[in-house]
Each structure stands twice: as structure tokens, then as C-alpha cells.
Design a protein around this ligand. Structure first.
Ligand code: HPA
Length: 259
């Protein structure tokens, strides 16, 4: 299987046979790794079996192996998205490889538009549940995966111990790449979304199918379309990530020290 091949390559290239935790760093999160520590090894993603080249701006496309206390941690700097033309199997391959490489816990991070009133730009929000609105799934065949508590309640509680000001929200995952219309945001609010973005849901489903525990954190990089009347841009998403990096990095480091 391709995930196993990739896991073997990760072990070979990093010199670490098992990584217990993996973190996917999405848009706006790349700078946060400065707080986590110097990598012991780094591998360009395209050199690993089955990995593509992330094309979204702000996605570095490198895998780092870093030791945090007693844990060997994989940092996946960038991800592949449906909007880049990747299939669900490609989108989830890096997390499947990470699980094959030993990850029992996968931390999924992303940038999101804030829908719920009161959410502020620059604020990290724990994902409590999701709406998969991509119309796609990474699963094939009769794979009936339970998604109750898919976003691990104990890991969320741990994150809130580290930062008691953290709130939680429901993340709606769409394909993009266009941002939503104000009417779509009104619809999403009505159906229960607090946050909106273009990633993460397929990876979470794949991780649950493989038995890994999932923690999700969205950085609110903008208020969703129509909330203020402002226009949306990817440059703003990256700039807000840059500004929030120290806080995000401390939060991630705190989580990695305690899991
Ligand atoms: N919509 C969708 N994806 C996003 C947004 C948004 O407003 N902000 C960051 N990623």
C-alpha cells in the first residue's frame, strides 16, 4: 500500500522509526513551527511516495521530524486540496502515511472564515464537529465509519487547559477555491456552521477510519463573506497567520508537550 511505502520512506529519511504525533500545518500556520523547535530532519514532500507538491501559496511542501519532550512529531508543512485538482485519495495520503508511520494523534490546522458572531480575526478556535460539504469522501466501499466524537473531546479539553480562552466551533469544509457568497454564508450559518474553509474534513474522516485521534484548530483569518462587507483575499489569510504565529506556536507546543 502506498501509505506504508511512504511511511517506510519517512522512517528512512528521518532516521526515526515511529512518529507518535503528526501535525498538518495549513494556510497561515507555517510560521507557528518556529516555536516548536528545530527539526532533526526535513524531507521535501515530493520526494516521498504518493505525495504531491502543494501549490497553494503559503504551503511549503516539506515534512519535518521534530522531537518535543519524549515524542517524535511529524510536521507536515502544507497540504493538498481538492481545489488544486487532487482527488480525495491524494488529499488524505499524507495523513494516511503519517498514521502508517506511527501517528496515533493527528493535529489538523487550517485557516478559516469566521461565521459565528463574536469570533475575532487572529483567534484560534477548536473544531468541535464538521460539516463535510465537499460532496466527496476519502473512503471507498462499505466502510461505515463512526464520526461521533470524531474531534477528540479529551484532546480539546487538553488544549483548553493550555489556553482557557479557546472557544470551539463547527467547521464547514467546502471545495473552493472561490470564497463563499454572502448568501452561502447565511445558509452555512443556518445549517450550523461557525467556521468555513476549504480543507481538513476529508483528512479527519480518513484519520478516524484509520483509528487515529484527531485534534483540529482553525485560525480565524477573516470574517466570512458578507459579515462585514469587506472583500476576501488569500494575502489577508497569510498575513493574519503571520501575525498570530507566536500564539499558535505556543499552543501547538503546549499540546505536543502534553499528549
Ligand atoms: N472561506 C473559505 N475558506 C477560507 C476562508 C473563508 O472565508 N478564510 C480562510 N479560508
Amino acid at each position: 500500500m502506498l501509505a506504508e511505502q511512504a511511511a517506510e520512506a519517512i522512517a528512512e529519511r528521518t532516521g526515526v522509526s515511529r512518529h507518535r504525533v503528526a501535525v498538518v500545518l495549513g494556510s497561515g500556520w507555517q510560521d507557528a513551527t518556529a516555536e516548536i523547535g528545530a527539526p532533526r530532519a526535513s524531507v521535501p514532500m515530493p520526494e516521498l511516495p504518493g505525495f504531491g507538491t502543494p501549490t497553494a501559496q503559503g504551503h511549503v511542501g516539506v515534512l519535518h521530524s521534530v522531537r518535543v519532550d519524549d515524542n517524535d512529531v511529524l510536521l507536515l508543512m502544507g497540504r493538498q486540496h481538492l481545489y488544486e485538482g487532487y482527488q480525495p485519495a491524494d488529499v488524505v495520503h499524507p495523513v494516511s502515511a503519517a498514521v502508517a508511520a506511527g501517528a496515533k494523534i493527528v493535529v489538523l490546522t487550517n485557516a478559516a472564515g469566521g461565521i459565528r458572531a463574536g469570533l475575532r480575526v487572529g483567534e484560534p478556535v477548536l473544531i468541535s464537529d464538521h460539516l463535510n460539504l465537499t460532496g466527496r469522501t476519502p473512503l471507498a466501499g462499505a466502510t461505515f465509519v463512526d464520526l461521533v466524537d470524531a474531534w477528540d473531546p479529551e484532546l480539546r479539553a487538553l488544549a483548553r487547559e493550555i489556553d482557557p480562552s479557546l472557544t470551539e466551533g463547527v467547521y464547514a469544509g467546502l471545495t473552493g477555491p472561490q470564497y463563499e457568497t454572502p448568501a452561502e454564508i447565511r445558509m452555512l450559518r443556518t445549517i450550523g456552521a461557525d467556521l468555513v474553509g476549504m480543507s481538513t474534513v476529508l483528512e479527519a474522516i480518513a484519520c478516524r477510519a484509520l483509528g487515529a485521534r484527531v485534534l483540529g484548530i482553525s485560525l480565524v483569518t477573516n470574517l466570512a463573506a458578507g459579515v462585514t462587507g469587506a472583500h476576501l483575499s488569500h494575502a489577508e489569510v497569510l498575513a493574519e497567520g503571520h501575525a498570530a504565529a507566536p500564539r499558535l506556536g505556543k499552543l501547538l507546543r503546549g499540546v505536543l508537550e502534553r499528549v
